[in-house]
Design a protein around this ligand. Structure first.
Ligand code: ATP
Length: 363
């Protein structure tokens, strides 16, 4: 089922101060194709949960419409939208078995949707099999690991065969190992069921690793939507460039003068644009150690973590962090002269952003 958000806006009026209006979602206008897993990504308070709540009907939009396929569902109550929701805190009934938890949403169906006991049991077992907890049906939630509990919550959302699955930070309560495992299971379940899934997270690595498409948001405004690698490779603005990638992108104050890009006194490359101050952002993997490299930095140290070798250096024009972090091949020769290290920069890993609107400048 494709989802269309048509100029969707949600404003909240503060309870304490009626004049204070928060625009949690500001004119969202995009389409989520049928059968994909889409990651909604952004810092805390950027409007991710509000977007989910609008899609499932827990909130009403201030403006705009929502379509599932060709149907305008904006005015439908949540229970009529065919949406499955999974939250961060599994929200299972502690006194009920896994089986009873999964069966619960089917037990109150009315009219022609009413199911027999045998049908309910069959559908619960099918959903449990999809998330691989069918062996644990008689246990209580307290007898399960966090990852297993989250899978019960997913089974409970799947049991009504929803058109759309909404997952709000479903992995936040899990430790690092379980997080990794569970996110792979979510990916598998989504691929198997082909249910259009919206996955909310503030963790960019998580979103990048499992999503077909990501939507990067900031302060209620959509910043960029696309395939994870495309957005990473071609950020439209400085916010997106900084938000995606670990270690984070290195940002420098730079300038364009007489057709060349400079960082401090270092002439980096040609850049055909009017003379102006700019931001230069370089991915950690965009540096190549070179004795005659274009950018000179103060060498600090080398760090080896797992497979990666990082060179930590400094430059007075770097504004993102005290440390410039570059990732190089373990066998790359690190040349340091007088405590100075020089780098050439990979063009496709170096971005120039306007200082006026922070948008990328393709120059
Ligand atoms: P987090 O990652 O911290 O959960 P989020 O991206 O999901 O954040 P939302 O919960 O959607 O963000 O909130 C977006 C903005 O709307 C925030 O500034 C929040 O304070 C505000 N907001 C959310 N719900 C309400 C409400 N009921 N009344 C007033 N303001 C609200």
């Amino acid at each position: 089922m494709k989802i269309i958000l048509d100029h969707l806006t949600k404003k909240f009026v503060s309870i304490h101060n009626k004049k204070e209006i928060v625009t949690a979602v500001n004119d969202f206008n995009f389409e989520i194709p049928d059968g994909v897993l889409i990651g909604l990504l952004g810092p805390s308070g950027c409007g991710k949960s509000t977007t989910l709540n609008l899609i499932c009907g827990l909130e009403n939009p201030t403006e705009g419409r929502i379509f599932f396929g060709e149907n305008d569902i904006t005015d439908l109550p949540p229970e009529s939208r065919g949406v499955g929701m999974v939250f961060q805190n599994y929200a299972l009934y502690p006194h009920m078995s896994v089986k009873a938890n999964i069966m619960f949403p089917l037990e109150n169906l009315k009219g022609d949707k009413k199911l027999s006991k045998a049908e309910i049991e069959e559908r619960a077992l099918k959903a449990a099999k999809v998330v691989e907890i069918d062996e644990l049906m008689e246990r209580k939630p307290s007898e399960l690991s966090g990852g297993q509990q989250q899978r019960v919550a997913i089974a409970r959302a799947l049991v009504k065969t929803p058109n759309v699955l909404l997952l709000d930070e479903p992995l936040s309560n899990l430790d690092a190992r379980l997080r990794l495992q569970t996110r792979e299971q979510i990916r598998r379940i989504q691929k198997e069921t082909k249910i259009t899934t919206v996955f909310v997270t503030h963790d960019q690595e998580e979103a990048m690793s499992i999503s077909d498409l990501i939507v990067v948001m900031n302060k209620g405004v959509l910043q960029q939507m696309g395939k994870p690698q495309e957005v990473y490779n071609n950020p439209k603005n400085l916010f997106v460039a900084k938000f995606l990638g670990t270690p984070a992108i290195n940002v420098f104050d730079g300038k364009i003068k007489d057709g060349y890009l400079y960082i401090g006194e270092n002439k980096i490359r040609k850049a055909q644009a009017d003379d102006q101050d700019v931001y230069v952002a370089i991915r950690p993997e965009g540096f190549i150690v070179s004795e005659k490299g274009v950018l000179e930095c103060e060498f600090d140290r080398v760090e080896t973590t797992g497979r990666d070798t990082s060179i930590i250096s400094h430059n007075p024009n770097c504004i993102s962090d005290d440390d410039i972090r570059t990732i190089v091949d373990a066998d790359e020769k690190i040349i340091v002269n007088d405590n100075k290290i020089r780098f050439d920069l990979k063009d496709h890993k170096t971005y120039i952003f306007s200082k006026t609107d922070e948008k990328v400048m393709n120059v």
